[in-house]
Ligand binder design. Structure first.
Ligand code: HEM
Ligand SMILES: *[C@@H]1O[C@H](CO)[C@@H](O)[C@H](O)[C@H]1NC(C)=O
Ligand SMILES: *[C@@H]1O[C@H](CO)[C@@H](O)[C@H](O)[C@H]1NC(C)=O
Ligand SMILES: *[C@@H]1O[C@H](CO)[C@@H](O)[C@H](O)[C@H]1NC(C)=O
Ligand SMILES: *[C@@H]1O[C@H](CO)[C@@H](O)[C@H](O)[C@H]1NC(C)=O
Ligand SMILES: *[C@@H]1O[C@H](CO)[C@@H](O)[C@H](O)[C@H]1NC(C)=O
Ligand SMILES: *[C@@H]1O[C@H](CO)[C@@H](O)[C@H](O)[C@H]1NC(C)=O
Ligand SMILES: *[C@@H]1O[C@H](CO)[C@@H](O)[C@H](O)[C@H]1NC(C)=O
Length: 318
């Protein structure tokens, strides 16, 4: 009896040790198995971003939307057995960059067959995109494996929306282990890229915490009536849309956030002081953003023998 429970405890300890060891991502994960992985991804991302600067924003966002569970699940097309994340409300007719990721995966497969996961490609592509647009660099931790399923309903419940208030945003990030400082830093991702009228219409017509000149200028290309001009674009950072800088935060100080959710970060609440500090110091923003990206990239990855290394990012291996 006593020796049985001793054995059980031993087995438990070994199992826990093994699972925490395998849960650890590492910067050197592909150093021997695929030494050219990172340079292959970087050159493909640089080409794509030079071709279309907005693609850097789209790739950064893809990693974020994958990462509330960094397992490549966002890339999976719908199948007979599951409905994927691409049709979820925050993603539908909005996420971009799938073709670029497929193209990078093809190039990576050509140098190392079935070695580098799609989830890791997303993490590296996000970093390389930020660097290509003039932002900070960081060391990407690697070793994520790809999921063999995906959940539209998880994507709907885990990802924030543009109508969210500060409490809603704080709750969703806290659900993933990210505090207010980290949430504000990550929101600085909106220093690049574009948003569709349907996501900022209410803010520019109905909210009062917006600069009125700024609101009027946006109304020209975003009609009030729902259904007209829904997909018309405006930059998330009107000051410098293709430059990864801290202008997103200086914009918030003058009530020039594009989304309702953006301006919630500077609206008299607990995030104000962090917004002010990132607005006044681009280096404070850069280092907080880099650290928060590493932390975001660590959200429940699959490691060890979990999941698989997909051959094609949009479908599970057959
Ligand atoms: C804080 C909560 C967040 C909300 C409510 C939010 C919401 C949105 C919305 C509505 C869009 C416009 C999508 C479209 O019009 O198709 C967008 C775009 C974008 N988001 Fe966020 N987002 C949030 C956080 C983040 C984070 C943490 C990152 C990255 C670290 C990020 C990166 C981006 C980028 C780069 C774009 C532009 C994409 C492009 O031009 O293709 N967002 N976001
Ligand atoms: C890569 O490996 C998989 C199985 O591991 C195989 O099905 C596929 O044909 C290989 N591709 C190339 C290009 O060698
Ligand atoms: C995938 O399937 C497993 C087992 O059925 C389940 O536990 C997991 O939550 C699913 N993942 C997603 C993202 O739906
Ligand atoms: C957002 O917060 C409000 C209260 O501040 C709450 O009533 C609402 O249910 C929350 N919505 C979400 C999606 O969390
Ligand atoms: C949030 O996390 C960061 C980084 O881990 C830490 O430095 C900071 O003190 C935390 N902030 C709050 C408000 O807890
Ligand atoms: C603004 O608020 C009014 C009244 O609540 C509502 O009817 C309208 O749909 C909202 N949105 C816009 C874009 O006007
Ligand atoms: C709103 O923005 C305009 C244009 O940048 C600026 O001239 C004006 O002073 C701002 N208004 C307020 C109340 O800050
Ligand atoms: C996934 O869907 C995209 C868009 O419809 C398509 O281009 C791609 O070929 C699909 N992938 C697979 C493996 O069928």
């Amino acid at each position: 009896m006593a020796s049985t429970s001793c054995l059980s405890i031993l087995v438990l300890v070994v199992a826990l040790t093994a699972s925490s060891a395998s849960a650890q991502l590492s910067s050197t994960f592909y150093d021997t198995s695929c030494p050219n992985a990172l340079s292959t991804i970087k050159s493909a991302v640089t080409t794509a971003v030079n071709n279309e600067p907005r693609m850097g924003a789209s790739l950064l966002r893809l990693h974020f939307h994958d990462c509330f569970g960094c397992d490549g699940s966002v890339l999976l097309n719908d199948t007979a057995t599951f409905t994927g994340e691409q049709g979820a409300i925050p993603n539908k007719n909005s996420l971009r960059g799938f073709t670029v990721i497929d193209n990078i995966k093809t190039q990576v497969e050509a140098v190392c067959n079935q070695t580098v996961s799609c989830a890791d490609i997303l993490a590296v592509a996000a970093r390389d995109s930020v660097v290509a647009l003039g932002g900070p660099s960081w060391t990407v931790l690697l070793g994520r494996r790809d999921s063999t399923n995906a959940s539209k309903s998880n994507a709907n419940s885990d990802l924030p929306g543009p109508s969210f208030n500060l409490a809603n945003l704080t709750q969703l990030f806290a659900n993933k282990g990210l505090n207010v400082t980290e949430m504000v830093a990550l929101s600085g991702g909106h220093t690049i890229g574009q948003a569709q009228c349907r996501f900022f219409r209410d803010h520019i017509y109905n909210d009062t915490n917006i600069n009125s000149t700024f609101a009027s200028s946006l109304q020209g290309n975003c009609p009030q009536a729902s259904g007209s001009g829904d997909a018309n674009l405006a930059p998330l950072d009107a000051t410098s849309a293709t430059s990864f800088d801290n202008a997103y935060f200086t914009n918030l100080l003058s009530q020039k956030g594009l989304l309702h959710s953006d301006q919630e970060l500077f609206n008299g609440g607990a995030a104000d002081t962090t917004v002010q500090s990132f607005a006044s110091s681009s280096s404070a923003f850069s280092s907080a953003f880099a650290a928060a990206m590493v932390k975001m990239g660590n959200i429940s990855p699959k490691t060890g023998t979990q999941g698989e290394i997909r051959l094609t990012c949009s479908k599970v291996n057959s």
